[in-house]
Design a protein around this ligand. Structure first.
Ligand code: PMP
Length: 402
């Protein structure tokens, strides 16, 4: 390996901070240290930055300022969306509909509620493509359903969910049955690449963070439509319209707001560039070996996501081999039965096949998935070098794993 080679292909995990964003954040860190709740002039200056950032985010997603709640990240936003809705409903045994490939910050909340008999949950399975059928969401709705949560794009396989169609099904059900089922979407992975105007999407609640959009980590947003009522999960000084107490992370909030603005400006051009690069990458990968399988739909996936399974080769070993060559990617092992790191997402893709319940048999540890996620800094040369390195690794490892 060339000593200095560093190819970062893990942008879905987190992105580097845009230099314009870090410059802006440093300025605020230095100048705007005062508490936004203080009524003296310095506090007022900080409050101005907070409210300007809020209005900027609201403008971009076409919402109202009072519909933007700043949080510590997408995990907190998802928790607030689900717990906050449940705490607020009068129904004795409320029902939630979600999918089987949501992020753990949705799935684990649902499991917790089920375990504690606070709610019943239907996990609608995705199709083999990794995409949900909106009709199946509608079929899952019941008289006691209070919330539907469907992510915009999956963090592992990058598949894009038909959010608008799901919203339509919920609206129709609500109209016919005089219900008020709330629709939440975790849009963390989609925000960089997909349309994010909330009215168009038809969402009532929407979560995302700064760390995936070339902004800071540890800061997030929950969009909450005015008509939706939530009970807070964090109590204290009543910041963020009483829904998220705690001194505002003003540096993070300002950084997130600018990062979102830049992302939105770059979206169209960057999508085109990355889609070409993604399709080139997939084509080259599939040529490396007839055994390599692409996980998730070929086209209805994020422009930056490539997720593959290489049978018989442990994915953690492949990640380490790539890392030794200066290439940084993510892995999830699909069938390490019961072990941490299981990819329930990749496994979910095979559950709908008529001939198999799962991708692999119990205790079959030699399978997994590799996620390559590209970003603003990724070039065609990076992809060529990655393909060349992977070819060398496969040749080397084949001797042991054939
Ligand atoms: N949802 C999705 C889809 C994600 O990819 C992530 C980050 N991996 C999260 C939620 C959690 O985000 P945060 O780290 O900001 O809590």
């Amino acid at each position: 390996m060339e000593k200095s080679k560093k190819i970062y292909l893990d942008f879905a995990s987190t992105t580097p901070v845009d230099p314009r964003v870090s410059f802006w954040m440093q300025k605020i860190l230095k100048n705007n240290f005062a508490n936004a709740s203080a009524i003296h002039n310095l506090g007022v200056e900080t409050k101005k930055i907070l409210e300007k950032s809020r209005m900027n985010v609201a403008k971009i997603i076409e919402a109202h300022g009072d519909e933007i709640i700043f949080t510590s990240g997408a995990t907190e936003s998802n928790n607030l969306a689900i717990f906050g809705t449940l705490e607020n409903v009068k129904s004795i045994y409320p029902h939630i509909v979600t999918t089987n490939i949501e992020h753990p910050s949705v799935l684990e909340v649902c499991k917790h509620l089920e375990k504690n008999k606070k709610a019943e949950v239907t996990y609608v399975p995705v199709e083999e493509s990794g995409i949900i059928d909106p009709k199946k969401i509608r079929k899952a709705l019941k008289p006691n359903t209070v919330l539907v949560s469907v992510m915009y794009a999956n963090n592992e396989i990058g598949t894009i969910q038909p959010i608008q169609e799901v919203a339509k099904e919920i609206r129709y059900f609500n109209k016919v049955n005089s219900k008020k089922i709330i629709f939440h979407s975790d849009t963390t992975q989609g925000i960089n690449y997909l349309p994010i105007r909330v009215e168009r999407l038809g969402v009532d609640l929407m979560s995302f963070n700064g760390g995936k959009i070339y902004g800071p980590k540890g800061v997030g947003i929950l969009f909450k439509k005015r008509k939706v009522e939530l009970t807070p999960t964090i109590f204290g000084g009543n910041q963020e319209f009483g829904l998220r107490s705690g001194t505002e992370n003003i540096v993070g909030i300002a950084g997130l707001s600018l990062a979102l603005e830049i992302t939105e400006k770059m979206k169209e051009k960057e999508n085109r560039r990355l889609t070409n690069l993604r399709d080139y990458f997939i084509q080259k990968l599939l040529k490396l070996s007839s055994e390599i399988k692409l996980n998730g739909d070929l086209y209805k996936r994020l422009p930056n996501n490539i997720n593959i399974t290489i049978p018989r080769l442990p994915s953690d070993l492949l990640v380490l081999e790539l890392s030794a060559r200066g290439i940084f990617v993510s892995e999830k092992s699909a069938c390490k039965a019961g072990e941490a790191g299981n990819s329930y997402v990749v496994e979910a893709l095979s559950r709908n096949k008529s001939n198999s319940g799962k991708i692999c048999k119990k205790n079959d540890k030699k399978i997994g998935s590799l996620r390559f996620s590209m970003g603003r800094q990724t070039t065609k040369l990076d992809i060529d070098y990655t393909i060349k390195s992977l070819a060398e690794i496969l040749k080397k490892l084949k001797r042991w794993y054939n």
